[in-house]
Design a protein around this ligand. Sequence first.
Ligand code: GDD
Ligand code: MN
Length: 363
Amino acid sequence: MIELALVIPTFNERDNIEELLGRLTTVLSGIAWEAIFVDDDSTDGTAALIRSLNGRYPHVRALQRIGRRGLSSACIEGMLATSAPYMAVMDADLQHDESILPVMLNTIKAEELDLVVGSRHVGTGSVGDFAAHRQALSRLGKNVGRRIYKCDIQDPMSGFFMVRRTFFEKTAHRLSGISFKILVDLLASAPEPVRFREIPYRFRSRIHGESKLDTTNLIEYLFLLADKTVGAWVPVRFIMFSISGLSGVVIFLALFWALYARWQVTFELAEGASTAVAICTNFLVNNWVTYRDRRLKGARLIRGFLWFCLACSIGAWGSFSIASFGFQKGLPWQVAGLTGLIITSVWNYGVTAAFTWRAVGRR
Ligand code: GDD
Ligand code: MN
């Protein structure tokens, strides 16, 4: 029977895989373990490499996701793919200290815990040479998130932890699956107070490959927090979609002003060009942030853009009709205009979610 499953998200980690498996074999001798690498279709052949190691490591597999991105959702799907009673999530890039895994396993069993966290902020733990700006971000994330996960944990930003299957199963359906911060998601989604302990370790520097954390991950973290607070009533994607829409309005106004008032082009040209640019940037911002996990590329990008334009044109026409109707019936102009806008936003969101960025599996 497999006792411990390691769930290891990967995106372009080819040069770290064999070293990691070698180290795991050493530190986990005597424990029945398996490893599930959840790979988001790395371009460097990570998944193919993992499969090629079948002869040496029959208890290791790759779960390859196509057309998807996202560290949290990768971890969740990896945990769902094992039957082991204990599951550890760790990075593939050797930054997490694998030598504490046996201690984590003993602790979760002996103390009957739900969760054991590899922590950089207790006892002898340390962030190592983690860049100063990353440390500051980590602190900020912790302070902002504290209200959401409501427990006294020192390293909620850790991506290195072990859970008991029964705890995960109770929590799985409530998870948001958004962002890099799967631990925050788990803590915030647990139906009961979480029994946990933190085990110190020193965060190592990366040798091969590079960090995938970028600015969209920060935005995603805020969306995770939003989902945990208002997500039950309003889908966060709708909020993201609306914010992207507002950014389109700002771009439109700025460009319209520049073209018409500053550069004195004709009104029609200024209006037409600003509208076109606003629609394109709006589409790209949505593709970049709102639907980061399903980002369209190549031919799909063009097809998605056409769907987007079609949906939004119908939406604009609908907004115009609703607002004019309301206005004729005597609604104040602000109310009539706003009603048209809200109905159109919901329409645009619904139609583009279904056709432009439809979820994989429904293609
Ligand atoms: N499947 C999948 N999909 N894996 C991903 C993705 C993705 O979109 N993005 C990153 N990964 C994998 C990487 O290949 C690596 O194995 C692991 O997730 C962590 O990614 P890094 O890019 O190395 O993150 P980091 O080092 O900046 O941050 C890590 O450490 C922090 C401190 O513990 C993460 O674990 C953070 O969550 C953590 O807060
Ligand atoms: Mn890393």
